[in-house]
Design a protein around this ligand. Sequence first.
Ligand code: DP6
Length: 332
Amino acid sequence: MKATAIANANVALIKYWGKRNEELILPFNSNIGITCDGLTTRTTVEFSTKYNSYKDHQIIINDEEFNRDEKNVQGQLDRIAGIAGVELKAKVVSETNFPVAAGLASSTSGFAALTLAACEALGLKYSPRDLSILVRQGSGSATRSVMGGFVLWNKGIKPDGTDSFAEELFDKHYWPEFRIIATILNTKKKSIASRAGMSQTVQTCPYFNSWVTSTEIDLLNMRKAINNKNFKLLGETAEFNALKMHATMIASKPAIIYWNSSTINIINMVYKMRAAGIEIYFTIDAGPNVKILCLKKDEIQITKVLKSLKEVIGTISCSLGDGVRLTSEHLF
Ligand code: DP6
């Protein structure tokens, strides 16, 4: 009845922004992300037993209780209990080694670890592909965290979502020099959750269709860049795609602006270093934090420059990591 899983965050190089089906969480676009070895969540789930009976779901994330706020977590627990044919409530304890809900992709590792631990606790066994379909219904981008390395989330075309799953393009050993450095600027919770922001963008942004069609081209370029280990094409495509996503948010009504002045300063730093000949690119999710894309040869120099900026309170340097897995080291 108790199980624990570990998952790594997956940061998108080609973004998922917009659902064709909000209920089943089906995206308009296929998207690609990297599972990062340094951004990790460990989650223990225990469903009620005759020894421990929980009347409601109890959710503790990084020592804080979130029993009322985490509706999506509760929904995912109920969904899994429903599949197992039980009506039990669970206690969930989760720990991350990075700030949650600040645009550092914490929901990716969070929902992947939660789903695998909850399934195992109830004796449900899934293939990685089917697990990704179940994870997807909890939070879209988490679909990609089920697999390791470079991961594609196929948008699928079926209305029931059975063809919208994650696929490992290359595992974590494929590109040992590849690095992604998460900058931590601000540990505050974001002003608008990505779920609401995404829905508002689909409904009100006049450029939304262009985002969808142009992202198909970015996806082809990204696949080519990864296949050929062409870092320049990868970086340019990731930056272009991330900026277009933010452009759709800014052009929504009311505007959604996740950036702050520190975000702009770091973008300028990237441009400056690139002009000086360093291979450095960025991507940004639904928050002010910037993620730097680079290669091992430049990692130390880039980290030094980042740490010299007054707005950077920390950096986490990642290589490609593993997909979600079970562990016997429970948190309670
Ligand atoms: C900007 O996966 O958090 O990080 O499916 O509603 O839970 P829901 O949204 P979520 O959206 C994340 C979007 C993004 C881009 C990405 O990771 O692809």
